[in-house]
Design a protein around this ligand. Structure first.
Ligand SMILES: Cc1ncc(COP(=O)(O)O)c(C=O)c1O
Length: 426
């Protein structure tokens, strides 16, 4: 493709004519496509269907410790799942709390409890002007939780190695800054895995707030698209070495391993943090859904079982990611109007279009029957100051649909860029 930024007004007008023609053709197809949310496809969920035969009258309801999972109790979850998640996250089983169906719910609860009862210090709600660090682009639901509780959301730009640590180190000198959101492996939406250096600098932070916490949301810990997955340094070990064992709160879930909304979530951390969290949880619940935990424990007896399962997911997801990337390369490389990530895992691709064009691309896609995550969603308050970033979620549609959607997306990116460039030359 030629570089749009070097084209004359006449060349741009000529190109626009052909792009508009293509766009009108696509609109005429009355497509109905959705690349908005990171949901697994039905074929991904089918991979876990056997789970429903693993617990029942024939197979029994007891876990390896002989606990009858039909009854109340077991506040922090089944032993075998604590062991399994411990191995996955590089932690001891007693550092793990296996909860309900949603890690986001555990994050929300943890912050809600810190608001009313503190995080080892004065309740956060008694302190004014609280702030939270939000690496951008990032996960809209993280930002929404801290916005809901009244934090000022401070964006910090992501680098190819993780959050800009110079900025983070500076920001934590302010005692009002209580935490940072991190998706350290295959980040949402860029698919970036934090480098060792970023993890070490994160672990060595010396925040002015003694109750500062790193919300280490390892949502995509086993979600490799290729045999050789990204490697992430163990944040807890690094924090321990740095004398900050209580700083990280670690989260994960099986939402994209088994069933979103019907999986199993975990929260983990230092012995101090786990004791504090369990002490709070006992007022909140008599125990989690152990039958669902048992189904998961029987399906995944070892880490190798999880790895085998994730390879099956990858076989479904990889062609979807590759279809998007190949269309981006075909239509947009060398045009100078777009940049994208090419993740090796996770659930998203991040696309940066010409400044001031992301909302227009979203609108053009919508008019051609394709829903994108709203432009701006990857920034605090839904406000991308450059109006440039779009999150592409290729997991849900079929490969055939993804191919069509990628064509629409790229045509829309070119359309919006040409409109802008032509207007600038007017
Ligand atoms: C980074 C991240 N964390 C958490 C979640 C939600 O996890 P859960 O289903 O365990 O609440 C998602 C879902 O897309 C996510 O991308």
């Amino acid at each position: 493709m030629s570089d749009y930024l070097k084209m004359s007004r006449e060349e741009l007008a000529e190109e626009f004519k052909s792009v508009r023609h293509e766009y009108e053709h696509l609109r005429g197809l009355h497509l109905s496509l959705d690349m908005s949310r990171g949901k697994p496809g039905f074929d991904n969920m089918d991979l876990s269907g056997e789970m429903f035969d693993l617990v029942g009258n024939d197979t029994g309801f007891k876990n390896i410790s002989g606990i009858d999972c039909r009854n109340y109790g077991g506040l922090d979850g089944l032993t075998e799942l604590k062991t399994l998640f411990g191995k996955i996250l590089g932690l001891q089983p007693d550092q793990i709390i296996v909860g309900g169906n949603s890690s986001l719910n555990m994050m929300f609860d943890t912050i809600a409890q810190a608001m009313t009862h503190g995080m080892g210090g004065e309740p956060w709600c008694k302190q004014d002007g609280l702030k939270f660090i939000c690496p951008v682009p990032g996960y809209d639901r993280h930002f929404a939780v801290t916005e809901y509780f009244g934090f000022e959301l401070i964006p910090v730009r992501m680098t190819p190695e993780g959050p800009d640590m110079n900025a983070v180190e500076e920001l934590v000198k302010d005692s009002k800054v209580k935490g940072i959101w991190c998706v350290p492996k295959y980040s949402n939406p860029e698919g970036i895995t934090y480098s060792d250096e970023v993890v070490r600098r994160m672990a060595r932070l010396k925040p002015a707030a003694g109750d500062f916490r790193i919300f280490w949301d390892n949502a995509y810990v086993v979600h490799d698209l290729y045999d050789e997955g990204d490697r992430l340094l163990n944040i807890y070990d690094e924090c321990l070495k740095a004398g900050n064992p209580d700083m990280p709160l670690i989260f994960a879930s099986t939402s994209k391993i088994t069933f979103p909304g019907a999986g199993v979530a975990v929260e983990a951390g230092s012995p101090n943090n786990v004791a504090m969290l369990k002490d709070r949880m006992k007022y909140q619940t008599i125990g989690p859904d152990k039958l669902n935990q048992l189904r998961h424990a029987r399906m995944f007896r070892t880490v190798d079982d999880v790895k085998r399962h994730m390879k099956r997911h990858a076989a479904i997801l990889r062609p979807k990611f590759e279809s998007v990337i190949s269309e981006l390369v075909k239509q947009l490389s060398d045009t100078g109007i777009a940049k994208w990530t090419n993740p090796r895992g996770g659930y998203f691709i991040s696309l940066d279009v010409l400044e001031g064009c992301a909302k227009r691309v979203e609108q053009l896609c919508a008019n051609a029957g394709m829903i994108l995550t709203p432009a701006g969603a990857t920034y605090p308050y839904g406000n991308d100051p450059l109006d440039s970033n779009l999150r592409i979620a290729p997991s849900y549609p079929s490969v055939e649909e993804i191919k069509k959607a990628s064509v629409v997306l790229c045509i829309a990116v070119r359309y919006a860029a040409l409109e802008k460039l032509i207007a600038e030359k007017a």
